[in-house]
Design a protein around this ligand. Sequence first.
Ligand code: IMP
Ligand code: MG
Length: 426
Amino acid sequence: MVDVLLGLQWGDEGKGKVVDYFAPNYDVIARFQGGPNAGHTLYVNGNKVVLHQIPSGIFHEGIINLIGNGVVLDPVTLKKECDKVAAFGVDVKKNLFIAERTNVIVPTHRALDKASELSKGDDKIGSTLKGIGPAYMDKTGRNSIRVGDLLRSDFQQIYQKLRAKHIQMLGIYNFEEDIAVWEQEFFEAVEFLKTLNIVNGEYFINRLINDGKKVLAEGAQGSMLDVDFGTFPFVTSSNTISAGVCTGLGIAPRHIGEVIGVTKAYCTRVGGGPFPTELFDESGAELRRIGHEFGATTGRPRRCGWIDLVALNYACMINGVTQLVMTKSDVLDDFSSLQVCTAYMVNGKETKDMPYQLVGADIVPVYQEFKGWDYAVANCKISEELPSSFQDYLQFIRAYLQVDIRYVSNGPGREQILYHPATAVV
Ligand code: IMP
Ligand code: MG
């Protein structure tokens, strides 16, 4: 069986920690989309580690970590990250596998990303500039280099052809960047990548599934950044939703079991684009300060706001979420009152549906107020110890979404996560 774990908001829901927590229940952790735009933060023996390309199961000996074909892979980031995990005694040659159909990010993709963002002016997406968009464009445009191509004897020719095409495109943008240093790093990293386990991902994973192994597909970014269903065009370039697991790993839908959706107890977004519950006041600044809401990949301050049940409900529907994990609940400890967005007023009309047009539309969130708990939830060792106003908050969200909140993370530590028994729907 394949379970899926993904973010339901705009990314940064704390998936890395949750995957790391669930990892011992699985034999395989597989990334199925996204690239080095992701930043999954883990704590290993008290040390903070941020992973961008390697699946979050890497610190568990005996767990297979697979980078699936749906990912875009930057060899330079991968090499750096392999060095980083090696310092913790991880032998990537043993438990990291890379699908040969994975598309490769080349230096000119990063330059094109920059050029494209610059050309958008005020409408810029706030891309992480890691080359994600251009790499996926080359995939669907049928131009890209895949990991399997790195092993071909004519790799240099394929690379030069693609590079020439990109240089032409950069010329149209009137954009110049000295990519010589990037290229040197790239070729060194490619040589390193070639020494890793490059496999046929689809046979690799299906054989493991047939052998009865348990797989956890680890999502990156969040559902509201999905290229089809997110707040287009302010999205990333991949399918971040559960459907992406099938195409991103090469497995059939019938193998999918649990779909575990991760949401923060509030909401954040980094980069541009609509964010109906965004707070521009002191409360927003407090969420950012207490929640350390700064991008793990870019260091940018994250925009903060109240939890948005309209967006969450939509994400639960699109993904078929079977259980929820709520993270960063401790960040709300000091708030005397909390708001929960239950509907939107769209051009003066109330709706609980996600509108097609969020950009440029007049959207005002409808809130329901909840009492804060004035208690350090980090002190709770079992979910029964959670204060009653927090239980009310959980229960309301659970009833609205019609999905159980099975785990509550109450601090950044590896052990700070509480199992929450299923509750009756009211
Ligand atoms: P790109 O995928 O780097 O091109 O970025 C597109 C949009 O998605 C930007 O608004 C980014 O800030 C956002 N984004 C991309 N990856 C992540 C992530 O892992 N967490 C949060 N936001 C992300
Ligand atoms: Mg992140």
